[in-house]
Write a protein that binds this ligand. Structure first.
Ligand SMILES: [Zn+2]
Length: 799
């Protein structure tokens, strides 16, 4: 079984050679051909400028320069300041461009001028700077306009128009620009055929095509706009975190494949579209020299037959999650393909604003960027408040990402919710986007549809045509544990849901085929070392147990779980419905599924899995189900206040894995500490040390305790739905959960891990079926069993 664990680049491409030459007149771009502060830019990518889709990789690009110079900067180096709002938020060193990662300073001017021959690295740097500057001027104007005239967070309700997620302190804390951090672009960096945004050091990197030394990503503005889009989304997601003075940062995605990352790729493609209005991006940097580059509109000729703007023929979720327009039969689990559903929806919505509101292209794209700004600002909010002044909800009441306080490990609960427990997916993202579209363009007789009221049916029908009308309400009342079901909450018109398919959670299960294994175990040493390194590089994993040797010496690669190993586990999930399931997530994090029985935690058997039997060690029945400490009571504090003197006595989280212990003549399911006690084991040798005895022997690695699967076809397993060329599943780091097994596990020990599974287009996983208003589950309920299907993973440790 192949397991790959690399960090992805942003775009991928392979080389191929080209055709004919064009005949424009070359323009000499020499220092003395321009005034001080000036240089020359390629106004667009060479394919667009030449009108030749087969333009050769050796073509003389100076033919596509204008004779009129472009203003670059009067600064002596390739860097720029940014203006805040009023007298707040000015940033001296806002962005700069260097050659590559080995260059410590931005490019300097020659005789105060910026004109260099087109084949030089200096030209690529100036070209990148010029195009980034144009986009950032638009970004700063847009955010300033949102802050001062559209959202106006400084106004208290009812004088502001709606509950904006834009924080009051946006400019006083320079949150509009990531706390004032300089965005560094490497315009000629060592990244063959690719480009990326790296959130950990806030850099952009533009590579070149290996076969053609003169073809650089920095010659294609749409590629640069895409990567810059990632950086701007990262900023938006952290508006409220930086303004709220917290050090944690939200990321635009958390694994190699998750839906947050997929949507983000679509949004980044939209950033390019918002600048050039074209139906595809990357014509020169990507499409010309390989298979990458993507359309964003069903009308584009890149698309396979049968795809069009017709309501029946759009890129619908989840059918098109692995769709590659250049190879429609391929099934690849990749965020770039999966994101096309988002980009196509966003361009279709833009056209609707142009038609329904008679907006210009710029007005319509500015409006969509405004809605995206609000959406990301709320979704990324680790302070959990969602707005500085949510009406009906107290100022400090959390309404998103559960709570901002710390769990027992010192990690913000809100970060856990954003990363894995209630992560961004196609449902949550477009529900939030729709909420802002409703509140800004439609609610309270709004005239922001260019002087008229935007018809909400348009939005619902459009979302539905993309399979994205997966929610029943706009969730205006948020997810707070006391107020989340009580405020105003606009309902979706049910008749508009014709193509968006919801499936019962009961139809996801382990593959029932008798000849298939219910799960896959990965224990090859080199694979696991690579997987851990990849997750550490992302910042997901911060600690491996000191009981596990760093070089994974116990890992024997026999496909079984042995003492002392780090193992990867993938459930062999099966879709027993007649529709495609998508955005499947398996959670192995701690949750509220035990009851304290006179000092001994015991597994609750009151959930849908009815496990274990009372005779097999289950907790005693609940005398008062709705009271603290009982199985049927779900903690509102994620188990952080379970002490006797605290607000939720008896409410604790527990790790997923229990173990079989002999108790007299019978065997019972018990905690791992019960096994340790029966073995007289040293608590200091527990995987997490003496303070963490509940998962003394076998525990999920924090940050690798959630797994994603893009989609599972009807009546099929995931492995068969997304096969590689050889027909077998190609596991990536996002598909597996990582566990540590203590060297001290007695061979023959039987474990049972109680995972929670859900998917995006699930009937019961987000909407409370018992609620007549179709309200969403509240954030605290994700500490418990109800929004999930419980799936057990049972195994015996083999020496
Ligand atoms: Zn990207």
């Amino acid at each position: 079984m192949l397991l790959t664990g690399a960090l992805p680049g942003c775009l991928s491409t392979s080389g191929q050679s080209g055709a004919r030459k064009s005949s424009e007149v070359a323009v000499t771009n020499s220092t003395m051909s321009v005034p001080e502060g000036y240089g020359r830019l390629l106004q667009d990518n060479p394919i667009i400028l030449s009108g030749n889709v087969n333009l050769d990789g050796t073509a003389d690009l100076s033919r596509y320069l204008k004779t009129t110079p472009d203003f670059i900067t009067y600064n002596n180096s390739l860097m720029e300041s940014c203006l805040g709002s009023g007298n707040q938020g000015n940033i001296e060193s806002c962005y700069e461009v260097r050659k590559d990662r080995n260059t410590s300073l931005p490019l300097t001017a020659v005789s105060k001028r910026w004109a260099f021959p087109v084949t030089t690295s200096e030209f690529a740097q100036v070209n990148a700077f010029g195009h980034i500057k144009k986009y950032l001027d638009r970004y700063h104007n847009l955010i300033r306009d949102i802050y001062t005239t559209k959202a106006v967070p400084n106004n208290a309700p009812p004088f502001n128009f709606y509950e904006t997620a834009i924080p009051r302190a946006l400019y006083s804390t320079t949150a509009q620009w990531y706390g004032g951090q300089s965005l560094v672009t490497y315009a000629d960096c060592d990244l063959p055929g690719n480009a990326n945004f790296n959130p950990s050091d806030f850099t952009l990197c533009f590579g070149s095509i290996p076969e053609f030394a003169n073809v650089k990503m920095a010659q294609d503005p749409s590629v640069m706009h895409h990567e810059l889009g990632h950086a701007l989304s990262q900023m938006m997601m952290n508006f409220r975190n930086i303004a709220g003075g917290i050090v944690d940062r939200s990321n635009i995605s958390y694994t190699f494949y998750d839906e947050a990352g997929a949507i983000q790729e679509g949004v980044a493609d939209y950033y390019a579209y918002a600048m050039n209005g074209r139906s595809r991006f990357g014509e020169w940097g990507l499409i010309r020299f390989g298979n990458a580059g993507r359309p964003n509109d069903e009308n584009d000729s890149m698309h396979a037959p049968g795809i069009s703007r017709n309501v029946e023929e759009r890129l619908r979720y989840p059918d098109y999650l692995s769709y590659d327009s250049t190879d429609p039969t391929a099934t690849i689990e990749d965020v770039h393909y999966a994101g096309q559903i988002a980009s196509h929806f966003l361009t279709a919505f833009t056209r609707d604003l142009q038609e329904s509101c008679a907006m210009s292209f710029t007005q319509a794209t500015d409006t969509v960027l405004y809605l995206l700004t609000e959406t990301y600002a709320e979704l990324g909010d680790l302070t959990s408040s969602a707005s500085d002044h949510s009406a009906g909800v107290g100022l400090s009441e959390p309404t998103i990402n559960h709570r901002s306080d710390l769990d027992a490990s010192g990690i913000k609960i809100s970060k856990e919710w954003l990363m894995k427990v209630t992560p961004i997916n196609y449902r949550s993202f477009f529900q939030k986007f729709a909420k802002y579209a409703y509140q800004i363009l439609n609610k309270n007789f709004s005239t922001r549809c260019n002087g008229t009221n935007y018809p909400l049916d348009n939005l619902e029908k459009l979302l539905d045509s993309y399979g994205l009308l997966l929610f029943k309400t706009y969730n205006e009342n948020g997810n707070n544990y006391t107020n989340g079901n009580s405020g105003t909450n606009k309902t979706v018109t049910a008749a508009n849901r014709l193509k968006s398919v919801l499936i019962s959670k009961n139809l996801i299960k382990l593959d029932p085929a008798t000849d298939s294994s219910p799960f896959f175990v990965f224990d090859k040493r080199t694979d696991l070392i690579a997987a851990i390194a990849s997750l550490q590089a992302r910042g997901n994993i911060t600690q491996i147990s000191s009981q596990i040797p760093a070089q994974l010496d116990y890992n024997n690669g026999n496909g079984e779980i042995s003492p002392g190993e780090v193992v990867g586990i993938a459930l062999n999930l099966y879709n027993d419905s007649n529709s495609t399931m998508a955005g499947v997530e398996v959670l192995a994090n701690d949750w509220d599924h035990i009851k304290d029985d006179a000092g001994v935690p015991k597994p609750c058997n009151t959930f849908e899995d009815a496990w274990p039997l009372s005779t097999e060690g289950a907790a005693p029945a609940d005398p008062v189900a709705s009271s603290f400490g009982q199985c049927q009571y779900v903690t509102r504090m994620n188990g952080t206040a379970g002490g006797a003197a605290q607000s939720e006595p008896g409410e604790y989280l527990h790790p997923v894995c229990f173990v079989q212990v002999k108790d007299g003549g019978t065997t019972k399911w018990a905690t791992q500490d019960a096994l340790r006690i029966s073995q007289n084991g040293d608590p200091n040798k527990c995987l997490g040390g003496t303070g963490n005895r509940k998962d003394c022997y076998f525990r999920a690695i924090r940050g690798a305790d959630f797994a994603w699967y893009s989609k599972i076809n009807p009546k099929m397993s995931w492995g068969k739905s997304v096969p590689d060329e050889t027909g077998s599943p190609n596991f990536n780091s996002n598909n597996i959960l990582l566990f540590e097994a203590s060297p001290d596990i007695p061979p023959g020990t039987v474990f049972d891990c109680r995972f929670r599974v859900r998917f995006t287009n699930c009937t019961e996983c987000f909407t409370k079926q018992s609620d007549v208003n179709g309200d969403d589950w509240l954030d605290f309920e994700y500490s418990g069993p109800q929004p999930f299907k419980i799936i057990h993973f049972q195994f015996t440790v083999i020496d």
